[in-house]
Design a protein around this ligand. Structure first.
Ligand SMILES: O=C(O)CCC(=O)C(=O)O
Ligand SMILES: [Mn+2]
Length: 203
């Protein structure tokens, strides 16, 4: 699939060392990508999660949803197994075809405007295994994404366009943090899906 889509311009690794990050553009027909954005926006049951910061429950600056074939716990919240909705199932298939990896869980993020963001973190939970493949799809507003190396402090910025996939693999989660910062620019909404493979049930 990657070979067909990107025969003229094979994606290159955007990290200088300690991991692999590939950006694939135009992963589906433009009309399908626009429809996918609208369908996700309108049909996903978006949740406002909170995070405990200095003992206080603070709303996270984005809306989220989670689906997967196995139960999953993140940020202290237990998510029972819950089937992929019809708007997400074909995207899971696409993410698996693009990466060649099996992907049994997905976290969705809805960034309503430039005030929404995700803070520095790595997707390095034990249940994702050593050197996980994470396929991150973007629909809607293009936003800037940052990597920061955990020991050298090296930084990489990548603009994530509508209708794209960012594939993170190898030592990426072990060696690098990533974030999607707020922006003061007037920007529209963006929907992101990060597909992962979760190893086992956690209770
Ligand atoms: O929105 C993005 O591009 C990244 C989201 C992310 O890093 C995550 O959900 O773990
Ligand atoms: Mn992440």
């Amino acid at each position: 699939m990657i070979g067909d889509l990107f025969a003229n311009e094979p994606p290159r690794n955007l990290l200088p060392h300690d991991g692999e990050v590939l950006l694939l553009r135009d992963i589906m027909e433009p009309d399908d990508a626009d429809r996918t954005f609208e369908r996700l926006k309108g049909t996903i049951v978006w949740q406002q999660e909170t995070a405990k910061i200095h003992g206080k429950e603070i709303p996270v600056p984005r809306l989220t949803a989670w689906y997967g074939e196995v139960a999953y716990r993140y940020s202290g919240v237990y998510h029972p197994a819950s089937p992929f909705p019809s708007a997400v199932a074909p995207l899971r298939k696409l993410a698996e075809d693009l990466s060649g990896a099996e992907l049994n869980t997905v976290l969705l993020n809805y960034y309503r405007d430039g005030r929404d963001s995700v803070a520095w973190h790595a997707d390095d939970e034990e249940v994702l295994g050593e050197n996980p493949v994470i396929v991150s799809l973007t629909f809607g507003q293009e936003r800037r994404f940052h990597f920061r190396h955990k020991t050298t402090g090296d930084r990489i910025s990548i603009d994530l366009p509508h209708n794209s996939a960012l594939i993170m693999s190898g030592a990426t989660q072990h060696c690098w943090l990533h974030q999607l910062p707020k922006t003061a620019r007037q920007v529209g909404p963006r929907i992101n899906l990060t597909f992962r493979n979760t190893c086992r049930e956690m209770r």
